[in-house]
Every structure is written in C-alpha cells, then in structure tokens.
Design a protein around this ligand. Structure first.
Ligand code: WTA
Length: 634
C-alpha cells in the first residue's frame, strides 16, 4: 500500500457544459458497450485511423495464448505514423515540439524539422551498421535528441532500450547486457537543479563492465569536458554534419508484431525485466487512449511532464502526441528550479492546454503554497491528468482548485509499463470522484477478484485483473518468455486473466479505486523499484551480508525505502557506514533507489524456507498488524 488508502468518497465532480461540448466521446457508456460487443471490430476501427503499408488479415490471433498477436499480417511503422504522414499535410508547418532546458535554453521543432532530424539520425545509425532488430540503448536527459534517437531507431527498425537518466552504472550495465546492445546513445551531461549530472562518465564505467558496446554517440548538452575514446565514441553533431546524415530516409516496413522497444521495469524478484512492445498494436492503443482521455485536438498544447525514459514518456511524449499531430512541450529540469513556479511559468508562457503529471509532483509543489501558481496566468489549461500512483483526495483537490481553477477535470489514469497505455481512466465527459480512475477504457475488461477468481463485491479488496487481451499489451519479457507466463498469467491460468499486481476495490457505482502494489514493487515518487534491486545493490557492498528493503508511506513521495542490513562478521555498524551504503546505492542503481533509512540488524525475519518476510518488517514500521506469523522461523 503506498499512500494511505482513502475510502471511496461520494464526492462527485461533474463536467461543465463547455467540457462536454468539446469532448470527442460524449457517451462513455454507449461506447463501452459497443466495444464490449465486438472488441476486435472496435480495435480494427481505431486501427483504420493509422497508416498501414499493408492491411492486416486477422485482428487478433489467440492460437498461442497468452502470446497474443494483433493485426496479424499488417505492415506498418510507428515512426511513419508519428512523422512521415504529417509532413505530407499542412501539419508539416505545425509545431511538434517545444523544448525548454533547465538553464533557459530553448528550441522548437515543426513536424518538418523533426522529421528531417530523425531522417538524418536514422541514416547515421545505418552507417554505424544498425539494422532491423538490433537493440540500441539510449541513456540521456530530457532533450529533443532523446526523442530523435528513439524515433530514428523505430524508423530503421531497431529496437530501442531507453534507460532512465536517473539510473547509474550498474543499472545501465545490466540493461546493456540483457539487451545485448552494440550501440549506445547518450549525452555528455544533463542539467538538474543547476548541477550537471555527468552521464558520459557513468556510460564509460558501464561500458567498461559491458564491453559489448562498440559505438557510443554523444550529444553535447552541458559542454563540460568528457573523455572520448577514439574509434568508439562519436559526437552526435559531428556525425550529423557528415554527408551520410542525409535528410531523406526511407522508413523501414515493419511487421505489426515486430518489436519496437524494450523497457526494463521492476518486478517481484531478481533483475528488472525487459517489457517488450511491438509496432502495430502499440500505436493503435496509445493513440486512441490519448485522443479520447485528453480530448486532444489540433488547437492543443499538450504537456506530459514525465520522463521519456519511463513508459509514460514513451507512450505519451514520444509516440502518441506525434501520431495525433499534436504540439507538445518537453522540459529538461526540476519543477522547482530555480523557483517553485517553474512549471506554472511554463504553462503560462507556452499556453499549455493539457497538463499530465504525477501525484508526487503535485504534492511537492503544493507544499510551496498557492502564491507561486497564482502569480501566473493558467487560463489556457482545460484538462489536467495524473498517473503513477493513487492520488490522495487532498492533492487532487489542490490540483483542481489552484491549478485548474475548478474548470479543468482531472483525468486520473491507471496503467502500467506492461499495458502500454491507459486502462482505467475517465474521459472529460465522465463524472469524477477524487482518487478514483473511474472506469475501464472501452475495449478493456477489468475486475477485482479474490484468490479463487470470484468477483469481489463492492467495497471488498482484491486482485485487479484484466480479463481479455488488448492491442497494447506487452508481448513478452525479453529473452524470458517463461517469466512472462509465470508473472502475469499463472495466477488465473485456467481463465487466461492478466494479473496486474495491484490490489483494488470497486465501489457501488462501478468506479475503481487502486490501493497499491500487492508484491514487492515499491513506488517511490511514482518511479517503480523492486525490493530485490535495492537489496542486491546493498549486498554488493563488501560490508553487507544480507539485506531487506521495504516501502514506507510518505506524504510527498508516496513511499520511501527503508533498508535493514545484516553486516558481515567483523564489520562494525556506524553512521559513516550508513552514508557509505547510501552512496553505494546512488552509484550502483541511482538516486531514486537510495534508502531514506538504513538500519543494522542482527537478524531478519524469515520464513522457514528462508524467504525474507518484508511484510513483518513493514508492519513494525507502520504499526499495522503483522498478519499470519505461522511460517516465521524462530
Ligand atoms: C501504479 C506507470 C493508482 C500501479 C504508468 C501500477 C497507479 C504501477 C496509477 C505501474 C494511478 C499507475 N492510480 N496507481 N492512476 N497509475 N499506478 O509500470 O501500482 O511505472 O501497477 O507504469 O503504478 O507502474 P509503471
């Protein structure tokens, strides 16, 4: 459980006439029923809005379930739908991307300019030998070149694996190894809170550990001195000024089921798993969900304030807004740098109409008070959005009242890396209750069920499951199909349901309330981390014999990490060692994984079979009941 769970409220917020008049989908109920009647026809109808080099012959192939295939036989490329098709229309002169650096640098890209840059970089990738199916690791801050790199990979048929710029050496090295990437795209550094994060240094160390990388392309962003290894490292701007960087590049024709990207995410056990998504179904799902939930139209300026290195950024910064031909904002730095009104200044300056962010960001900005946003003209906003963890009603109301001026409905979207896009989310015409993502998206069948698979009555907690396949679903865990089946489909294997890992409840109105993760995944500031990652990070330090990590509720960050370490014989506990271990985690995994508290213990609560009982540790911190202790070892 992340935030303290707020019981379902009977507080309703109804859309204004203005919102209803504009809404693309006016009657959610009718559309939901229609989709439910014939989901395949429903998704095929949405797929018709996109470009296919060749049409599919079968919408859904269930023959090898749960390895589903969508739009079988279809030929397409998501980059074609995001860019090529727009430059053939008036949209070529429309702004695709407005970028602001933390240090005040600015850039903007029309569809034409973005298309040309992507073409040039696609040709650069080809000249380095990148071919269809090759994995390319991307490790950068929030700059336009990150999007260009991802789109160029898609264009040539390469599979991108983006590693969030907040991860460090070991996390990066693990992901390079799993994906077997020979090419890595990075930057010298990234600006954050006025400091330079030295990404290239981290890359050098990660590549030393995983020498499989043959070429490193470096975008110059911060301009500080970095070491460039002859024959391995190339400056992006040098490559982009060579004749090989031709601004015309044929888009590779991909099979609908050809992989588009791998994105590593934390699971219950072991190393992060590579969630695999493909070109065809993914593009249909993310563009439909974005268009209907945020009512995106040509006059919008859409700002998803997430990082492109996470699924939210993949789907709703890099791909879906461009597929829809929208104008979007990308901002490099911290929301409160140099002052807590940075975001609100951006909204006013660019006339943002839709702002999509996370509860943790809302809570942290809320703490600075109303005066900061009140200084700015936020009147262009018409819709707000939230993702990443349950939003507590207090933060919801603040966002609604102070930022949206009680005019802008809040779209609370529940989904996962695995689902690719919104699964439970309202549309602007749907009445809201603060803290609930309302109802499932059309074409999506969800339920809350008990261990036996019986549907839970309203108000009763259970497992959130998805009962039927959808076009954006993950296709597998990269190089580990067994894990895909085990993790997501084994709990209700007789029924073929997908297990989300979340616990939830429905209320009397059929609205869904997410309680939190059921497993050992911790959401820290909306970022997903596994206890296993933090624990193996700690154990990789020579002082630590064994470790357990838990998530503990926190007012701003949702959860923070507490860690318990058993030291090796002869090692003395000390404050200095606590600091050393924190530094070690920062270095190995990244700042987001650093425990708020590290405690040294003589033993850890374990089951007789030797599994650490994190539940017991958690209960001791939060004062919750310890539950069944019958399996606890003496
Ligand atoms: C949680 C992020 C409540 C949930 C898109 C899920 C949410 C996990 C919400 C996936 C929400 C995401 N309300 N909880 N609106 N959105 N979650 O893969 O626990 O980083 O399983 O995807 O975030 O995290 P992930």
């Amino acid at each position: 459980m992340s935030q303290e769970f707020a019981p379902p409220t009977s507080e309703w917020y109804y859309p204004s006439e203005e919102v209803k008049k504009r809404a693309i989908i006016g009657d959610y109920e009718a559309l939901y029923k229609q989709a439910q009647g014939d989901p395949e026809a429903f998704w095929a109808e949405q797929a018709e809005n996109l470009h296919w080099f060749e049409r599919w012959t079968q919408v859904l192939d269930r023959s090898n379930a749960p390895f589903y295939k969508w739009f079988v036989g279809g030929k397409t490329n998501i980059a074609y739908n995001a860019l090529d098709r727009h430059v053939k229309t008036w949209r070529r002169n429309k702004l695709a991307l407005i970028w602001e650096g933390e240090n005040g640098d600015k850039a903007s890209y029309s569809y034409w300019r973005l298309w040309r840059e992507v073409n040039k970089f696609a040709n650069v990738l080809k000249s380095l030998g990148v071919k269809k199916g090759d994995r390319v690791t991307v490790y950068m801050g929030r700059i336009p070149e990150l999007m260009i790199a991802m789109l160029a990979c898609a264009k040539v048929g390469a599979v991108h694996s983006v590693v969030y710029g907040g991860f460090s050496e070991n996390a990066l090295a693990d992901r390079i190894e799993d994906a077997q990437s020979r090419v890595l795209i990075t930057t010298d550094g990234a600006w954050l809170r006025g400091n330079i994060i030295k990404l290239k240094d981290i890359v050098d160390e990660a590549v030393r550990r995983q020498p499989i990388v043959e070429s490193v392309i470096v975008v110059k962003r911060t301009g500080h001195d970095v070491s460039m290894e002859q024959g391995r490292d190339y400056w992006y701007h040098d490559l982009m000024s060579l004749p090989i960087a031709n601004p015309v590049c044929e888009t590779t024709v991909m099979d609908a089921e050809d992989p588009l990207f791998i994105l590593y995410t934390s699971g219950t056990t072991g190393k992060p798993k590579g969630i695999l998504h493909t070109h065809g179904g993914y593009q249909v799902f993310i563009s439909t969900t974005l268009q209907w939930v945020f009512d995106l139209q040509d006059d919008d300026r859409f700002w998803c304030a997430a990082d492109p290195g996470w699924i939210t950024g993949h789907s709703y910064i890099v791909y879906a807004p461009l597929i829809l031909g929208a104008t979007e904002i990308l901002y490099e730095g911290a929301p409160n740098y140099p002052f807590p009104d940075r975001w609100w200044r951006i909204v006013a300056e660019y006339g943002v109409t839709v702002m999509y962010t996370a509860p943790t960001a809302i809570r942290s900005l809320m703490r600075f008070g109303d005066a900061w946003p009140n200084r700015h003209d936020l009147s262009t906003l018409r819709l707000l959005g939230s993702v990443g963890e349950p939003i507590n009603p207090e933060a919801w109301r603040w966002f609604y009242r102070v930022i949206g001026k009680e005019r802008c409905p809040i779209m609370d979207t529940w989904w996962q890396t695995e689902t690719a896009g919104f699964m439970i989310a309202p549309m602007p015409s749907v009445p809201l209750k603060p803290g609930s993502g309302t109802r499932p998206f059309p074409g999506i069948e969800v339920d809350v069920v008990d261990e036996k698979g019986e549907s839970c009555a309203p108000g009763v907690d259970g497992n959130l499951v998805i009962k039927t396949p959808w076009p954006g679903m993950l296709r597998t865990v990269y190089r580990d199909p067994d894990r895909y089946v085990r993790q997501y489909f084994s709990t209700y294997d007789d029924k073929g349901w997908y297990l989300t890992g979340d616990s939830a409840r429905k209320d009397e109105d059929g609205y869904y309330w997410i309680i939190g993760r059921n497993d050992d995944v911790i959401k820290v500031s909306g970022y997903r981390l596994g206890t296993a990652e933090v624990e193996s990070g700690l154990v990789s330090h020579p002082a630590v014999a064994e470790a357990a990590a838990i998530g503990v509720p926190d007012d701003v960050r949702g959860n923070v990490i507490y860690a318990y370490c058993m030291l090796r014989a002869g090692v003395e506990p000390s404050e200095a060692l606590v600091d050393k271990l924190k530094e070690h985690i920062r270095h190995e995994i990244g700042p987001i994984a650093v425990p708020t508290k590290i405690e040294f213990v003589a033993s850890l609560p374990k089951t007789r079979s030797g599994k650490i009982m994190r539940r017991v540790l958690k209960a001791r911190v939060t004062g919750a009941p310890e539950g069944d202790l019958s399996t606890l070892e003496e």
